[in-house]
Ligand binder design. Structure first.
Ligand SMILES: [Zn+2]
Length: 261
């Protein structure tokens, strides 16, 4: 990796641009890098992952709430039915008891039947009351779950709203910075010849967003490789308006007062 880089100084079809417009290209590169960083920050904001995770959990809770509420209403119907059964058995037993108390039944056999029916109705009523109690307990559990899920839902919805507010605040900051940076970029573009700009954009698209790099103390700032003395000598001899390319990374290599030439 530490082999010296090489520099191409294209001849014939060589691209020329004034040293000033080459220097402007470095300014443009700095702004494009800033815009890329802003876009990356916008995409990878931690709040986005939080909001997504909270949204997933909220949907799960909503599903669980639908299930728990359906169970609760099923149990409510079951409870009403069991209570109606209890009422029915109770009234029938009361009627029987009234007939018994009224002394209107005189036949011993009929009397025995009536007493036996009252006893079995008592047993039936007790069984039905157990059913009512059991259903009520299950309902209580379902309602407890609904309450717990609703509380969790409120908490998470609050967290999601707070995260959305933070996200929007940061988005606003990023977008304001982006607008200022884009305006600065637009002011630079006219200083750069179309052909040089097109080359820069092409390289930038295929080289991690860096199309132009400074030659700094004998090193390409694009790939961070040092140039060998022969290449540095070539660069020293090159016309100031020659557009140079780093042989290693193919980026446009721009000379500056700190190039170490
Ligand atoms: Zn390079």
């Amino acid at each position: 990796m530490d082999s010296p880089g090489r520099v191409t100084i294209a001849k014939g079809t060589a691209l020329n641009a004034s040293a000033a417009s080459q220097a402007r290209l470095l300014d443009l590169q700095a702004l494009d890098a800033a815009l890329d960083r802003l876009a990356h920050r916008r995409r990878t904001l931690p709040e986005l992952a939080s909001i997504e995770a909270l949204g997933t959990r909220l949907r799960e809770i909503d599903d669980a709430l639908v299930t728990a509420r359906t169970l609760d209403s099923d149990l409510a119907r079951e409870q009403s039915k069991a209570e109606a059964d209890v009422d029915q058995v109770r009234s029938r037993a009361e009627r029987d008891q009234q007939r018994l108390d009224a002394g209107s039944v005189s036949s011993p056999r009929e009397l025995e039947n009536l007493q036996s029916e009252i006893a079995s109705l008592g047993k039936r009523r007790s069984d039905l009351e157990d059913v009512v109690l059991e259903v009520m307990e299950r309902r209580e559990a379902a309602q407890g779950e609904i309450a717990a899920l609703s509380a969790e839902r409120d908490t998470l919805a609050g967290e999601a709203a707070a995260a959305a507010t933070r996200r929007d605040e940061v988005f606003a900051e990023i977008d304001a910075e982006g607008a200022a940076t884009s305006a600065a970029r637009a002011a630079i573009v006219p200083d750069i010849p179309d052909e040089l700009l097109a080359l820069y954009e092409k390289i930038r698209a295929s080289s991690d967003g860096v199309g132009a790099a400074a030659l700094h103390r004998g090193r390409c700032e694009g790939c961070h490789l040092s140039l060998n003395p022969g290449d540095l000598a070539h660069i020293r001899d090159a016309a100031p308006d020659a557009v140079l390319r780093c042989e290693e990374c193919r980026r446009i290599l721009v000379r500056t007062p700190e190039s170490g030439l």
